[in-house]
Write a protein that binds this ligand. Structure first.
Ligand code: OXD
Ligand code: MN
Length: 601
C-alpha cells in the first residue's frame, strides 16, 4: 500500500468539478488551509476521472491489476497490516454532553477533540493531493436522501466511494446552492497510518465526521458506518425515521405475491449472504431479490415502515464466499470490483479461504508474502473485503431506486449464538420484538479488532453504530411502533446453533429459505406456531423441511428451549440493562420481567 504517494496533477478537464455552494467552498477552504495539500482535486464521478485515478493508483502501487480476462476492470489493494478492521476503541461520539453519547459509546468532549484533530491534521496533506468527493446516500428522488462531502488524501477512498455511493455531479445537483442546506462534512487523512494516531470522531450536532490514521474501509468510507449509521441514527431520531444496520430483501412467491423483509445481524454474520439468497431447488418458483445488504433507512408512510438502501455498492467480507455459500456475490465480484487484503495467485487471480476449488500451489498472501497451502498463515485476511457496485448483483430488486422505499412486512434480528437461541421465533408484538432486539447478542467476529468469538450484547446489531444514547435509541424504536398501524412482525433467527459435537446444526445459506418461508407464512397469517415464553415457535412440521438432509433430533435441538440456558440468558439481559446505568426504558424492563416470569412457572 502506497497511498501516501506524492500529489498527482491531473490533465486539464479532470479534477476541476468545483461545487458552487458557498458553504461547501468555505469549508473546503478551511480544511485546505489547515492540511496544506499540494493541490485540490474536485471529483465529478465521471468515467474519465475513474480511468485517470486507476492509472495513477496502479503507477503508485495503491492497486494491483487483476487478470483482465478473468476479472475485467478489477483490482487488489493491500492495506497496512496494522489497519485491517474497524477500531471501536478509537471511535468516538463527540456530543456536547457525555449523557447524549450514552453508556455504549466512547465519548470525547467536542472542543478538545476538534483541537486535538486540528493539531493532527495541521499540514497533514503537505505534498499530497486533497480530493473533494461529493456523494449522495439514497436514490435521487427519496425524501430521506442525504448529501455528504468527503475530503480525503487517499485514492483508494475515492475509487471505493465511487462504487459505494452515488458520487459526483448527481450529489452536487441534489445539494443545490442554498448555503443553509443540510449536508455532511467528512474529513479523512491517512496521516502516517499509525495506530497511535488513529481516531474516528463523530460530531452529530455539527453533522461532521473526522477520521485520521486509517485506510480501512469501515473507518474511512465515511458514507457508510459514520454517516449512514452513526450520524444517520442521530438525525433519524431528530427527524422521526430510522437508520439501521439492516439488510433488505424481497421474497416473491410462485404466485407473484411479494413481501419485503429487513434483517439486522451484527458484522460478518451473513447479512450479504442472506440478502442474496438463492432458494433451494425445492422452492421452485420462489425468488429472492436484494434491496440492501448492510444498511436500511426506514420511514413511516400510511402506517407502515418503508425502507431503502442508502448505499450504491457492497463492501462485503470475502472469506467464505463461494458458489456454494453465495453464487450471486460470486457473480457480482467477477468484474468492476476492488478486493482488499485477499491473496493474489501467479496468474492474476484472487484467492481466499473458503473459495471453491483447491487452493493454488503458490500465491502472494494479503501481506505481500509468498504463500503455499503448507503455510501457517491465512492467505487472505479474515476481514478481507470486496467493494462492488450493487448493479453487478444478478438478483438486484427492481425497486431499489424507488424513492419511497419498499414496504417492510417483517423485521428479523439475529446473531451468532452456539447455544440458547432457537433457529427462529416470532415476538408477540412490536414492543416484545424491540425487547428481543435490544437484548440480542452475538459472538464477535474479525470485522472489528479485538477478541473473536466472545458473546457480547449487540442491540439491534447497532452497538458499534448507534450515534447517541442507547436508552434513547430503544425509546425511539418504541415511539416508532406507536405510530405504525400496520407494523412489521418481528422475528429472531440463529443460523449458528451448535450440537454437542460442536458442529453447526443448521446447514444455513440457501436453506435459510425454509425459515424465511415460515416468516412469510406468519406475515400472511397461514404459518403454524406454538406459544412459548420467548415468543411464537414453529414446531418441526411448521417448517418446510422437505428434501433437506437433516436429522430429526437436530431439528428438535434447533427449535428447543433449554430452561437452564434461558434462565442464564435472562440473567445476562438484566446484567446488560444494569450495565447501561438506568437509561433503559421502563417498557423494556417490564418486558424482561414478563419473560423471566415465563420461565418461573
Ligand atoms: C461492515 C461492518 O463492514 O459491519 O459492514 O463492519
Ligand atoms: Mn455492517
Amino acid at each position: 500500500m502506497n497511498d501516501l504517494a506524492p500529489a498527482i496533477f491531473p490533465p486539464k478537464g479532470i479534477g476541476d468539478a468545483k461545487p458552487s455552494n458557498k458553504a461547501v467552498l468555505d469549508w473546503v477552504h478551511e480544511i485546505a488551509t489547515l492540511t496544506q495539500p499540494e493541490n485540490i482535486f474536485w471529483c465529478d464521478g465521471s468515467e474519465r476521472e475513474r480511468e485517470f485515478l486507476i492509472a495513477e493508483s496502479l503507477r503508485q502501487n495503491v492497486l494491483i491489476e487483476l487478470n483482465g480476462k478473468k476479472f475485467p476492470r478489477s483490482y487488489l489493494h493491500r492495506s497496512s497490516p496494522n489497519d485491517v478492521a474497524r477500531v471501536e476503541q478509537f471511535t468516538f461520539v463527540c456530543t456536547p454532553t457525555k449523557e447524549e453519547a450514552g453508556p455504549t459509546n466512547n465519548w470525547a468532549e467536542p472542543g478538545e477533540t476538534y483541537a486535538k484533530l486540528r493539531e493532527l491534521l495541521s499540514g497533514a496533506m503537505r505534498g499530497r493531493t486533497m480530493f473533494v468527493i461529493p456523494y449522495m446516500m439514497g436514490p435521487a428522488d427519496s425524501p430521506l436522501t442525504k448529501v455528504g462531502f468527503e475530503i480525503t488524501d487517499s485514492k483508494y477512498v475515492v475509487l471505493s466511494l465511487r462504487i459505494m455511493t452515488r458520487m459526483g455531479e448527481i450529489a452536487l445537483k441534489r445539494l443545490g446552492n442554498d448555503p443553509s442546506a443540510e449536508w455532511n462534512r467528512g474529513v479523512h487523512s491517512l496521516l502516517d497510518v499509525n495506530p497511535d494516531r488513529r481516531f474516528i470522531c463523530h460530531f452529530p450536532q455539527d453533522n461532521t465526521i473526522i477520521s485520521v490514521g486509517s485506510g480501512y474501509g469501515g473507518n474511512v468510507l465515511l458514507s457508510k458506518k459514520c454517516l449512514a449509521l452513526r450520524i444517520g441514527s442521530y438525525l433519524a431520531r431528530k427527524q422521526n425515521w430510522m437508520a439501521e444496520h439492516i439488510l433488505i430483501l424481497g421474497v416473491e412467491s410462485p404466485e407473484g405475491r411479494k413481501h419485503y423483509v429487513a434483517a439486522a445481524f451484527p458484522s460478518a454474520c451473513g447479512k450479504t449472504n442472506f440478502a442474496m439468497l438463492i432458494p433451494p431447488a425445492h422452492f421452485k418458483g420462489w425468488k429472492v431479490t436484494t434491496v440492501g445488504d448492510d444498511i436500511g433507512w426506514m420511514r413511516i408512510r400510511d402506517g407502515r415502515l418503508y425502507a431503502g438502501n442508502p448505499e450504491n455498492g457492497y463492501f462485503g467480507v470475502v472469506p467464505g464466499t463461494s458458489y456454494k455459500s453465495n453464487p450471486n456475490a460470486m457473480r457480482s465480484i467477477a468484474h468492476d470490483t476492488i478486493y482488499t487484503n485477499v491473496a493474489l495467485t501467479d496468474d492474476g487471480d484472487v484467492w481466499w479461504e473458503g473459495k471453491d476449488g483447491p487452493p493454488p500451489a503458490h500465491a502472494i498472501d494479503w501481506r505481500g508474502d509468498d504463500w503455499t497451502p503448507q503455510s501457517k498463515e491465512k492467505a487472505a485476511h479474515p476481514n478481507s473485503r470486496f467493494t462492488t457496485p450493487t448493479r453487478n448483483n444478478p438478483a438486484l430488486d427492481p425497486d431499489v431506486e424507488k424513492g419511497e422505499g419498499v414496504p417492510i412486512s417483517a423485521i428479523i434480528f439475529g446473531g451468532r449464538r452456539s447455544d440458547t437461541v432457537p433457529l427462529v421465533y416470532q415476538a408477540f408484538d412490536w414492543n416484545h420484538g424491540v425487547y428481543s432486539g435490544a437484548t440480542m447478542a452475538s459472538e464477535t467476529t474479525a470485522a472489528a479488532t479485538g477478541a473473536v468469538g466472545r458473546v457480547r450484547r449487540d442491540p439491534m446489531a447497532m452497538l458499534p453504530f448507534c450515534g447517541y444514547n442507547i436508552g434513547d435509541y430503544f425509546q425511539h424504536w418504541l415511539d416508532i411502533g406507536k405510530q405504525l398501524t400496520n407494523p412489521p412482525l418481528i422475528f429472531n433467527v440463529n443460523w449458528f446453533r451448535k450440537g454437542a459435537d460442536g458442529k453447526f446444526l443448521w446447514p444455513g445459506f440457501g436453506e435459510n429459505m425454509r425459515v424465511l418461508k415460515w416468516i412469510i407464512d406468519r406475515c400472511e397469517g397461514s404459518g403454524g406456531a406454538l406459544k412459548s415464553p420467548i415468543g411464537w415457535l414453529p414446531s418441526p412440521h411448521d417448517l418446510d423441511l422437505a428434501e433437506l438432509d437433516i436429522d430429526h433430533n437436530a431439528v428438535d435441538e434447533l427449535l428447543g428451549l433449554d430452561h437452564e440456558e434461558w434462565q442464564k440468558e435472562i440473567a445476562a439481559h438484566k446484567e446488560f440493562f444494569d450495565s447501561l446505568g438506568g437509561v433503559v426504558p421502563e417498557e423494556l424492563q417490564k418486558q424482561r420481567e414478563q419473560l423471566a416470569a415465563g420461565f418461573e412457572l
